[in-house]
Design a protein around this ligand. Structure first.
Ligand code: NDP
Ligand SMILES: N[C@@H](CC=O)C(=O)O
Length: 325
């Protein structure tokens, strides 16, 4: 029986979630893939901190030590464009498949990374970059094989949606709700990315590139976060039937994307009105399929780890053969 050797870049909320899920579901994964899945190395910033991993897993802050291991798949769960992009390029050159959760890196470099991976004959999967546990990347990839996507309206930042729901339901302020989102593992390492709309913006760019199959320039997407909303308005507007939602709108005409990421007041008629708490919602309008709505947990350890491990299973069930190490 073969095996899949995995290296995790990052051991925070997402990286540790992937490790724990692989450990917990070892039997199911072995049966499904006819081969075991082993985490062989973990890359962290500070390798002096003791990590909760088996003693045979290499824990290091040096990417070359990671790539010196017999690694088949790299899971990128670190933060920011660099050094992640450089590390992933090295890994691709070495023949590793890539799974990433790092949406900032992928918004800037995803197009390049996909091209490089194609040249080298390795897989790049990125379901976790958009909408946490909601399988929006896989759904859109299938949809565009026959349909033209003309519009996407979505809530893509779990932290902002959680904050706005808590501000309204519990009448607490933005900072108090944000602290809770951080405690729950929803927020980015720098939560400015969530509340100022950068995180949703990166996700919008990734979706726009997926549906147009073209590189999308950042100036095609307008960005505004939720920090300009006043708490009393969030509370009082509900009496008039209005909820504040942070919404991404992408309109695609003849392959040209126009994107807006901004807070909006919506009524019960709006398809995203009922998307509450950390949930994300994505409404896709396409040529033959009409309107399709996906909803589910948009952030957090369990859902994000789940889609990453699903990407891994997909690679070895549908794209590559398991090797014998
Ligand atoms: N949290 C979530 O719900 C989701 C997060 N994501 C994305 O996943 C990625 C990880 O997020 P999350 O787990 O929440 O973040 P955390 O801040 O919890 O963890 C980040 C991890 O990456 C390590 N790291 C950061 N920079 C470097 C570096 N330069 N070299 C080596 N290791 C590094 C850190 O090391 P150390 O432990 O030593 O500090 C830490 O282990 C981010 O890109 C995020 O946008 C995607 C979907 C959902
Ligand atoms: N901070 C992000 C995490 C998932 O992508 C969010 O809140 O949506």
């Amino acid at each position: 029986m073969g095996s899949v050797n995995v290296a995790l870049l990052g051991f925070g909320t997402v990286g540790s979630g992937v490790y724990e899920l692989i450990e917990r579901e070892q039997e199911r994964l072995s049966e499904s893939l006819n081969g075991s899945v082993n985490v062989v190395a973990v890359l962290v910033k500070d390798d002096s901190i003791k990590r909760d991993v088996s003693s045979d897993v290499l824990v290091t802050s040096n990417i070359d030590d990671v790539l010196a291991q017999p690694v088949d798949v790299i899971v990128d769960a670190i933060v920011g464009v660099e050094p992640a992009f450089t590390y992933l390029c090295k890994a691709i050159d070495q023949g590793c498949h890539i799974i990433t959760a790092n949406k900032e890196m992928f918004a800037y470099k995803g197009f390049e990374l996909k091209e490089k991976a194609k040249e080298q004959g390795v897989a790049v999967h990125y379901e976790a970059t958009v909408a946490g546990g909601v399988p929006v990347i896989r759904t859109l990839s299938q949809l565009v094989s026959v349909n033209e996507v003309v519009r996407i309206e979505a809530i893509l930042n779990g932290t902002s949606n959680y904050i706005l729901s808590e501000m309204r339901n519990k009448q607490i302020d933005l900072n108090t709700a944000l602290q809770e989102a951080q405690r729950l593992g929803y927020a980015e390492a720098d939560p400015t990315n969530d509340i100022e709309g950068f995180d949703a913006f990166y996700k919008a760019v990734i979706l726009a590139e997926l549906v147009t199959e073209e590189r999308v320039s950042f100036n095609q997407v307008f960005r505004q976060g939720i920090t300009g909303l006043r708490q009393e308005d969030v509370v009082n507007q509900q009496l008039k039937g209005h909820r504040a939602k942070h919404i991404v709108t992408l309109t695609i005409k003849q392959g040209e994307v126009n994107g807006v990421v901004e807070p909006k007041w919506v009524t019960a008629k709006h398809p995203l009105y009922d998307v509450e708490g950390v949930n994300n919602g994505v409404v896709v309008t396409s040529q033959y399929n009409g309107q399709l709505k996906l909803e589910g947990p948009g952030a957090g350890k369990g859902p994000t780890a789940s889609v990453i491990v699903e990407d891994l299973v997909h690679i070895y069930k549908h794209e590559q053969k398991i090797v014998v190490h």
